[in-house]
Write a protein that binds this ligand. Structure first.
Ligand SMILES: [Zn+2]
Length: 119
């Protein structure tokens, strides 16, 4: 997707990722929410883990795996979303507690309009 900046300049806008301030954000179809990871050192939060990233917005690869524990919820339960992101696809690992465990799928387009509403 190309976005016009002025008559002569264009910038590439990634469709699967949004990245701001050293963080990358992508839509997780299993959790129906946005997962955020750090991809650059942050002086304000030096202990935050940093993922390797291939610098691609359209076909991102992150290393190592991304393990999200959601909850605990009011009933005391929690959910696990554990995945590898490679070449623009999410490979959900077998220890995920959601229905996408064991499946691999393309990362959905980033919901920019939704994001703007919430920030
Ligand atoms: Zn997830």
């Amino acid at each position: 997707m190309l976005e016009s900046v002025d008559d002569t300049e264009y910038i590439k806008v990634g469709i699967k990722l949004k990245h701001t301030g050293g963080r990358a954000h992508f839509m997780c179809p299993a959790c129906d929410s946005i997962h955020t990871i750090s991809v650059a050192y942050d002086e304000a939060d030096p202990k935050r883990p940093i993922w390797g990233w291939n610098n691609s917005d359209d076909s991102p690869t992150f290393t190592p795996s991304i393990n999200r524990i959601l909850g605990p919820y009011p009933d005391g339960s929690s959910k696990i979303c554990h995945s590898f992101v490679r070449d623009g696809h999410i490979q959900f690992l077998g220890d995920c507690t959601h229905a996408f465990a064991g499946k691999t799928m393309e990362i959905p387009d980033f919901p920019f309009l939704l994001w703007e509403k919430h920030t």
